[in-house]
Design a protein around this ligand. Structure first.
Ligand code: FES
Ligand SMILES: [Fe+2]
Length: 386
């Protein structure tokens, strides 16, 4: 049990009476560590995108909350996540993104693993010239695999291994967006960017959930998609966000637009939705494109946002694509000063978590309730184990 045990009872009140999460949840390294287990390792969290490893054999080391992982597309094309360490002496296996030709060879004593994680060779393990030993059972010494699942190109991982099956855990969001269960094509190098933000990852979620800030923070967006054109989305315990009734497609000088996702219903002609799937994935979908933001928590006060844009066809118009990337980049950059400002605000000792507008902030409150519930469950388990 960490020394910092916060009182979360006021967070779980109804939105009219609730406070936001206490400051410690944004600035205290002990609470960050606790949340790592309670909110991130125990759930299906976003790690990366499958487009990061497009070809069989592509491998990319990723450090997730201090844990060295290896994202790889195996020789049959399946995306997998392993702990990036050798089963012999725990050496890091892959230091930089590269293509694995043949096997993953440990640079220390050359034990080799297939791209599916199987230990395939152990040179001189039984003494010079003896590549086997009875005590070294290769079948038991494959790479440690982390439970993973690809949906909407995002590689989701469940580090603890005991979350419900992905399709069960995500049943409601999958149902909500069932019309978009279609191939998504990553726009390529011009359709990915990162933003480094001096904030706790949860503030990025909280700000993404709500449309309340639109008139002041996003004057460009607000010129055609106004506050009153938005509605809230809340699925307690799973996700929350907002939608607009007036999505306007991007058009180039010749009046051309991105092609629509096929047979998506007329409901989506002008509607678009922006949903934070707890814990750390922010999704947007529209008739003609989608985006995903994977939040990488780097520490209590530092987050990297990995942003990717997707289209309905593999060869969308390059110029239009670049403009669309720029448009979203502008919007997401507009949000930085508020999430960084709220972060600095968490060092004000008299801040009590703040209050919510019962009408405008309920998606954010929905997230806080989820956080509080997960943490309390985690604490109860820790107490029971003591
Ligand atoms: S640590 Fe990998 S082969 Fe020895
Ligand atoms: Fe925003």
């Amino acid at each position: 049990m960490p020394q910092t045990v916060t009182d979360l009872s006021s967070v779980r009140r109804s939105v009219e009476k609730a406070n936001g999460l206490p400051n410690a949840h944004y600035i205290d390294p002990e609470v960050f560590e606790e949340e790592k287990h309670a909110l991130l390792f125990s759930q299906w969290a976003g790690l990366a995108v499958a487009a990061d490893v497009p070809e069989p054999g592509d491998a990319r080391p990723i450090e997730f909350l201090g844990m060295p992982l290896l994202l790889i597309r195996d020789k049959d094309g399946e995306v997998r996540v392993f702990q990036n360490i050798c089963r012999h002496r725990g050496m890091i296996l892959v230091e930089a993104p590269r293509k694995i030709e043949g096997a993953i060879r440990c640079p220390y004593h050359s034990w080799c693993y297939s791209t599916k994680g199987k230990l395939v060779s152990t040179p001189h393990v039984g003494g010079p010239g003896h590549n086997t030993h009875d005590a070294i059972k290769r079948d038991d010494l494959g790479l440690n695999e982390v439970r993973s699942h690809v949906w909407r190109d995002i590689v989701w991982i469940n580090v603890s291994g005991d979350a419900p099956e992905f399709d069960v855990a995500m049943a409601d969001i999958k149902e909500r967006w069932r019309e978009f269960e279609l191939p998504l094509y990553h726009g390529g190098p011009d359709s990915r960017f990162e933003l480094e933000v001096a904030t706790n990852w949860k503030l990025a979620v909280e700000n993404y959930c709500e449309s309340y800030h639109l008139p002041w923070v996003h004057p460009g967006l607000n010129s055609y998609s106004k506050l009153e054109d938005h509605y809230h989305i809340e699925q307690p315990g799973e996700f929350s966000g907002q939608g607009t009734m007036v999505y306007r497609q991007l058009t180039n000088e010749n009046g051309e637009k991105f092609p629509d996702f096929e047979e998506v219903g007329t409901k989506w002609n002008e509607q678009a939705e922006y949903i934070a799937v707890y814990p750390n994935v922010l999704l947007g979908t529209h008739r003609d494109h989608a985006f995903a933001i994977v939040l990488e928590p780097k520490g209590p006060e530092r987050t990297v946002e990995h942003i990717h844009l997707y289209y309905s066809v593999p060869d969308s118009d390059e110029g239009l694509r670049a403009r669309n990337t720029q448009l979203w980049k502008t919007v997401f950059e507009e949000d930085i000063f508020v999430v960084e400002g709220m972060q600095r605000g968490r060092h004000a000792t008299q801040f009590d978590g703040g209050r919510f507008s019962p009408v405008m902030d309920s998606p954010t409150h929905c997230f806080h309730e989820w956080v509080a519930t997960k943490i309390e469950t985690h604490r109860a388990k820790a107490r029971a184990a003591e």
